[in-house]
Write a protein of this length. Structure first.
Length: 267
């Protein structure tokens, strides 16, 4: 049985994907804000890839999502996909140059674990970009007020940009750069809105963060090198969900992208 947060995307995947067709200016405004922060080159992963609406046009090759029905769309858009959860990525350490998380933070059970996993799979010079609805914005307030009646956001937990900054810094990221867009109600967005620096005016915000270098001891208060999400433990004792997914990930068969699990079968 799917979790309450995933189940709407399993049952209503077509309705979700159609939203982008019904709101093209909003979608492109958000896409361009993310594009401005995401490095243009290097191996990329979107965590919570959904139907691939962001990863595909941004050239992000890999995507994971817990909803298999969503992954069919992402695969059709050219992505290499695997069914997995954000808190237990089935990849080895330091294999991606860029990681992307768009409107996913509000759906995960443990955002700290997700960020630690993103940091683990990023190379030291890599970058993480998060796109989200700021809870403190006008649209964020509207979503919270109508949450009980919203098919997709009913079980979501929205975050403010300040809370996300704290989460990032507490889980091994620094050097944050923020952009914002969507400063009017969605029904009034008829043209692409350029992204502006900072936060506070736009309902959709994007942030780029860099992974901190690990030294002896803790590089910053709050970041624990011995947090529960240990990279080596995933390879040794993956949970049952990850164990079932390793084979799907390994069929990528890219020599320099080892899987956190059994090696792919030789051919």
């Amino acid at each position: 049985m799917e979790s309450p947060r995933v189940e709407p995307f399993v049952r209503h995947h077509r309705r979700y994907d159609d939203w982008f067709e019904r709101h093209p200016a909003v979608y492109l405004s958000e896409l361009l804000a993310v594009r401005a922060l995401l490095p243009w080159s290097g191996r990329g992963l979107e965590i919570g890839v959904g139907t691939g609406r962001f990863a595909a046009p941004l050239g992000v090759e890999f995507g994971i999502d817990p909803a298999a029905e969503m992954l069919h769309y992402a695969s059709a858009r050219g992505l290499r996909v695997a069914r997995a959860v954000a808190e237990a990525l089935p990849f080895a350490d330091a294999v991606f140059d860029r990681a992307l998380i768009v409107t996913t933070l509000c759906f995960v059970d443990d955002p700290g674990a997700m960020l630690r996993e993103a940091r683990r799979v990023l190379r030291p010079a890599g970058a993480l970009v998060i796109g989200m609805i700021d809870r403190d914005s006008a649209l964020g307030h509207e979503y919270v007020a109508q949450q009980a009646d919203n098919l997709f956001y009913r079980e979501a937990r929205f975050y403010s940009h300040a809370e996300v900054a704290t989460l990032l810094e507490a889980n091994g990221f620094h050097d944050l750069i923020w952009l914002q867009t969507i400063s009017a109600p969605l029904s009034q967005i008829g043209e692409i809105e350029p992204a502006r620096p900072g936060t506070g005016r736009g309902s959709f915000v994007a942030v780029r963060a860099r992974p901190m270098a690990l030294h002896h001891g803790h590089p910053r208060e709050g970041w624990q090198q011995d947090e529960p999400a240990q990279p080596k433990e995933h390879a040794k004792k993956p949970n049952s969900a990850v164990a079932r997914l390793n084979s799907a990930v390994c069929v990528f068969a890219i020599p320099e992208l080892p899987c956190a699990g059994p090696s792919p079968p030789s051919t």
